[in-house]
Design a binder for this molecule. Structure first.
Ligand code: NAD
Ligand code: UDP
Ligand code: UDP
Length: 320
């Protein structure tokens, strides 16, 4: 995207053809921005942005962020990275490269252009947390050599790079630690708990609870997350984060299964399967900082966010 004399803001979204990125692009376009979507389509899909086909203010570039990128933009959202355990463990070396080399390239781009850059970090930087709920000052409990490490440590190193570019080069950085998010356009086979349970319930197959289902997660609807990311990008330069963005209402995995069954009217049974390695037992964001610094908090409860998500998965099933 070349700089032009239009006064519109030009926003680069890496990972823009993914689940979160495509919703972010919808909102940026609604607001009037020009958007450059950069994605290598590893886990993303053209269908996530197909409804924007021929949009006059959207440009798509198929590109891998582990390679340098020379474009002209006014702000950068760096979302490129596979996010579900199945996807990020498929090629773990590439996952670390995407987080680390991808961050270096996007930070280099931001440095040359002197523009703000937001990193989609993750609650996984807290690992299997020893404190609960997790606040930003907690340094985390991460296994550096386990099967989740390519993602967790890659994201941790990316955070390090963001804060070193900030300190060393005066770059305006924004780091969001995103907690479990769900909604339409999630990948149906990404193995995440919401997609698995909804797909299983709709197909009348057993709902696969890993372990005894007593582990907890807090689920944020995608529109709330996007709202939080945009508020963070638009916040004053001194608000660098890291800042938790997530829904603090905590559910056990068994409660989630029961809610999905209730809302789908499914007759699926619940079955227990082995718990994956390093599976965190509890996860709940402390969002005091997001409330205070961004005036943000989630507005969509699980019972309201699940129906459109179920409708989306049902639509995929209908189309085969
Ligand atoms: P997603 O897999 O749907 O989207 C990631 C996108 O990045 C995909 O479109 C993929 O093709 C693209 N991508 C991957 N590697 C790339 C590379 N090397 N170069 C260019 N593009 C590449 O995942 P998502 O759920 O939309 O997650 C978006 C971001 O948010 C990720 O950085 C993820 O780590 C972070 N995050 C998501 C969640 C969540 O619950 N969804 C939680 C915490 C953090
Ligand atoms: N980079 C990029 N686009 C740019 C500027 C830089 O992709 O517009 C990449 C470049 O390949 C470099 C990386 O970002 O390897 C880091 O850039 P930086 O200026 O920090 O480091 P240097 O170029 O000095 O190694
Ligand atoms: N999980 C489950 N059944 C599934 C998929 C996941 O019980 O079919 C559990 C998983 O073990 C974890 C929780 O649900 O405790 C959330 O898993 P997910 O992969 O969605 O996200 P993450 O572990 O990264 O938070």
């Amino acid at each position: 995207m070349a700089r032009n004399y239009d006064s519109r803001k030009r926003t680069l979204v890496t990972g823009g053809a993914g689940f979160v990125g495509s919703h972010l692009i919808d909102r940026l376009l609604e607001r009037g921005n020009e958007v450059l979507c950069v994605d290598n389509l590893f886990t993303g899909a053209r269908r996530n942005i197909a409804h924007l086909h021929n949009h006059p203010r959207l440009e798509f570039l198929r590109h891998d962020v582990t390679f340098p990128l020379y474009v002209e933009v006014d702000e950068i959202y760096n979302l490129a990275c596979p996010a579900s355990p199945i996807h990020y463990q498929h090629d773990p070396v590439q996952t670390t490269k995407t987080s680390v080399i991808g961050a270096i390239n996007m930070l280099g781009l931001a440095k040359r252009l002197k523009v703000p850059i937001l990193q989609a970090s993750t609650s996984e930087v807290y690992g299997d947390p020893a404190i609960h709920p997790q606040e930003e000052s907690y340094w985390g409990n991460v296994n550096p050599i386990g099967v989740r490490s390519c993602y967790d440590e890659g994201k941790r190193c990316a955070e390090t790079l963001f804060f070193d570019y900030h300190r060393q080069h005066g770059l305006e950085v924004k780091v969001a630690r995103i907690f479990n998010t769900y909604g339409p356009r999630m990948h149906p086979n990404d193995g995440r708990v919401v997609s698995n349970f909804v797909v299983q319930a709709l197909a009348g197959q057993p709902i696969t609870i890993y372990g005894n289902g007593a582990q907890t997660r807090s689920f944020c609807y995608v529109s709330d997350l996007v709202d939080g990311l945009m508020k963070l990008m638009d916040s004053p330069a001194e608000v660098t984060g890291p800042i938790n963005i997530g829904n603090p209402v905590e559910f056990t995995i068994r409660e989630l299964a029961e809610e999905v069954i209730r809302l789908t009217g499914s007759s699926s049974e619940l079955i227990e399967m082995p718990l994956p390695q390093d599976d965190p037992k509890q996860r709940q964001p402390n969002i005091t900082q997001a409330r205070a610094k961004l005036g943000w908090e989630p507005t969509v409860p699980l019972a309201q966010g699940l129906p459109p998500t179920i409708e989306y998965f049902a639509g995929l099933t209908d189309r085969g």
